[in-house]
Ligand binder design. Structure first.
Ligand SMILES: CC(C)(COP(=O)(O)OP(=O)(O)OC[C@H]1O[C@@H](n2cnc3c(N)ncnc32)[C@H](O)[C@@H]1OP(=O)(O)O)[C@@H](O)C(=O)NCCC(=O)NCCS
Length: 253
């Protein structure tokens, strides 16, 4: 009985949030309630039951379509080895044919793990790097890292915060994980009083650029990056007003 009650309360709260977010659903529910009030004019419990049945049906549909593929949480130094494995795998699948093969095969999981431990062991303050992990069944399938802006010319332009990395394994792309990581990082930066953010992306990475552009990133700078024998062009995308972007962000879970 208690469990049913808790489930019901959870369903009602989720439904309330959905009503706040969706004008169409709100109008439909208002119409439904008027119809039910008419049909159950002298039968309050019949009215309540019919209303609850609608909410239960809605919740069942939501669970089928909206169940997140991954859980998002803040990383700790203990996550460094697994994070490094995922990071190297994602670099290799993302940059094959873009970065020199020699450079990709030389990437070292141990080296990356040591770098992540160092970053995450730094004393936490409002400028430090925070890493969000996306996990599916306990395995890291994506991450996003954010902190204070490290590039002088972006800082001068007012981009005080930075999205320093965002990677989702190819098998998990296109399921909203990247959007959720971007949302989490934006909220994190805002909570630390950063007002804007920017990142660097290779010009030859159209998928990531499309993702940033779709999410409101504006082209704000360009630079040359020499890696081994290759000269690459990097573009900076910026979000000049994180607060208003977060209000529109569809995925903050
Ligand atoms: C860029 C990246 C982080 C995005 O993560 P993701 O989990 O795939 O992102 P989402 O599922 O939230 O959104 C992905 C897609 O939806 C697009 N999208 C979502 N809704 C859309 C809409 N209504 N209209 C147009 N595009 C839409 C995004 O731009 C992207 O487009 P694509 O499928 O055409 O490539 C991911 O692709 C990735 O890790 N890529 C490899 C690593 C990388 O390049 N990182 C960036 C380094 S700077």
């Amino acid at each position: 009985m208690l469990i049913d009650g808790a489930d019901e309360l959870r369903r009602h709260l989720a439904f309330r949030d959905a009503l706040r977010a969706d004008d169409g659903l709100r109008d439909m529910y208002a119409t439904l309630k008027r119809g039910l009030a008419e049909a159950h004019r002298h039968d309050r419990s019949g009215y309540t039951e019919a209303k609850s049945a609608f909410i239960a049906t809605f919740s069942a549909g939501q669970q089928m379509t909206d169940r997140p593929v991954a859980q998002i949480r803040v990383a700790t130094p203990d996550d460094a080895p697994a994070l490094a494995r995922m990071h190297v795998a994602s670099w290799r699948e993302t940059y094959a044919g873009i970065l020199p093969d020699k450079m990709l095969s030389a990437l070292s999981v141990e080296g990356r793990a040591a770098a992540w431990v160092k970053i995450m062991q730094e004393p936490a303050n409002e400028r430090s790097t925070v890493v969000y992990l996306a996990e599916h069944d306990g395995t890291i399938v994506g991450f996003g890292s954010c902190g204070a802006q490290r590039t002088d010319n972006l800082q001068i332009k007012g981009y005080d915060g930075e999205f320093s990395g965002i990677y989702v394994l190819r098998a998990f792309q296109g399921q909203g994980i990247g959007a959720r990581l971007l949302g989490k990082m934006s909220l994190d930066l805002l909570a630390r009083s950063f007002s804007a953010a920017a990142l660097w992306v290779l010009r030859e990475n159209p998928r990531a650029r499309r993702f940033y552009e779709y999410h409101g990133g504006q082209l704000v700078s360009e630079r040359e990056d020499i890696r081994g024998d290759a000269t690459l062009i990097e573009l900076a995308y910026g979000w000049p007003d994180l607060k208003s972007w977060v209000k529109k962000c569809p995925a903050k879970r």
